[in-house]
Design a protein around this ligand. Structure first.
Ligand code: AMP
Length: 416
């Protein structure tokens, strides 16, 4: 047997997966988002330039594609924001805010564990040209409502932080660096290396000793300019007025270079170590960085479908998953009735009835067993007698009642 690739999975039952997608589509439509799709194959340069070369995603986790030795190098996309921005620029979209939704597979060469795959799926939501922080408030509220009302999640929390402007961060970075240098002996090797390339990313460290130390580190929100401070305060006030509960987590930095100002994550204790199921924030400089004529203040988030599946599987009964339509099963008793059975089946399907025909099974007993197993609502039996008299015997599997009727009346009978 050839097994599936490490860190990937087969979805044998997609009902919950599809439910997540359809609820999301339904929900974001009310916020004027439209669906787009971008390619899975992209140029590596796109992610190097947007996420940053020192990020884990770019430096360690890219799935590179053999491009027959030709430039430019290709990869399987590891995230969707950069692709959406590329699509905005490349397709000369002029109407902003451009509110788009997309979903699909992503690829990262990570160590697989619960909720962490090498091929996983995300729904991504982006607003390119989101002028003003009230967009942040509406966007976060939209996600919160999706998780609470659309997907009926209860056990989760929203963590937010404010990374300020690049100018705010210059001031903050020197304070943080001074703190890190003062405590250099306590830092793990990873943080020692990280502190000079991107100091704020030390906060993503999982080492216990580092985590304890960083509780005393200076926090970015104490280093904001007056203007940024007001913005941060207004965002929190508005979220409170809109009834969105959140916790300020000063060490939340998100792993990618393009974020500024608002960043956030939705987390759940029910997920284990990989506790974030949605993450996002503001990226005001990415459009220009990726070739756009002018900067477009923008906002985005992505949630992982696999992590939502972990949260939703235990509460599946509470969700309004689409019901399986009633199944009518046609049973031709011998091969001689199979063509007629197919004809009847097709005519029923043409009238939007859900019908299947049993083409295997050598006895009525065996066929009825199959019908029970598949929870058929009705079986339509065609034996030699029925064939001769152009009739069909219909058995209601709930009541056990049988009736023999003309084949041409079958649609009307079942629709009743
Ligand atoms: P990110 O693009 O890293 O901000 O991640 C956004 C969301 O995608 C996370 O909150 C997870 O739900 C999901 N995600 C990220 N990486 C993985 C992975 N390797 N496996 C499964 N889900 C992931």
């Amino acid at each position: 047997m050839i097994s599936r690739v490490k860190g990937t999975q087969d979805f044998i039952d997609l009902s919950l997966f599809n439910f997540i997608i359809s609820q999301t589509k339904h929900h974001v439509q009310y916020y004027q988002f439209t669906e787009i799709a971008t390619p899975i194959l992209e140029h590596i340069e796109l992610f190097k330039r947007s996420l940053g070369i020192y990020t884990d995603v770019v430096s360690k986790e890219m799935f590179l594609i053999d491009n027959r030795g030709q430039e430019p190098e290709l990869c399987l996309r590891p995230e969707m924001t950069a692709s959406t921005v590329r699509a905005f620029v490349e397709n000369n979209i002029v109407h902003t805010p451009w509110k788009v939704f997309s979903w699909g597979p992503l690829f990262r060469y990570e160590r697989p564990q619960k909720g962490r795959f090498r091929q996983f799926h995300q729904c991504s939501l982006e607003i390119i040209g989101a002028q003003g922080y009230m967009h942040d408030v509406e966007f976060i509220t939209m996600l919160d409502k999706l998780f609470t009302n659309g997907l009926k999640l209860t056990c989760y929390a929203l963590h937010i932080n404010f990374l300020g402007t690049p100018e705010d961060r210059v001031v903050y970075r020197s304070a943080l660096l001074a703190f890190l240098n003062k405590n250099i002996d306590t830092l793990c090797d990873n943080c020692k290396a990280r502190k000079d390339t991107n100091s704020m990313r030390v906060f993503d460290c999982k080492n216990e000793q580092c985590i304890t130390l960083y509780k005393q580190a200076p926090v970015i929100t104490d280093y904001l300019s007056k203007e940024s401070e007001t913005e941060w305060q207004q965002i929190r006030n508005a979220l409170e007025l809109l009834g969105v509960s959140y916790t300020h987590r000063p060490t939340l930095v998100r792993g990618l270079d393009y974020y500024n100002k608002t960043v956030f994550e939705f987390v759940s204790d029910n997920l284990g170590a990989q506790n974030a199921f949605c993450g996002g924030g503001r990226y005001d400089f990415l459009v220009k960085q990726l070739g756009g004529r002018e900067d477009q203040p923008s906002l985005g988030a992505a949630f992982g479908i696999e992590r939502l599946l972990l949260l939703l599987e235990p509460i599946q009964e509470r969700l309004a998953l689409p019901h399986k339509p009633a199944l009518n099963l046609v049973l031709p008793l011998t091969p001689a009735q199979q063509t007629l059975a197919l004809l009847l089946t097709e005519s029923l399907r043409a009238h939007h009835l859900h019908v299947d025909v049993l083409l295997e099974g050598d006895s009525i007993k065996h066929m009825m067993k199959q019908a029970n197993k598949r929870s058929a609502s009705h079986v339509l039996i065609i034996g030699e007698d029925e064939q001769q008299s152009q009739t069909v015997t219909i058995k209601n599997m709930m009541t056990g009642n049988s009736e023999r009727i003309a084949q041409i009346d079958a649609v009307q009978y079942l629709k009743k």
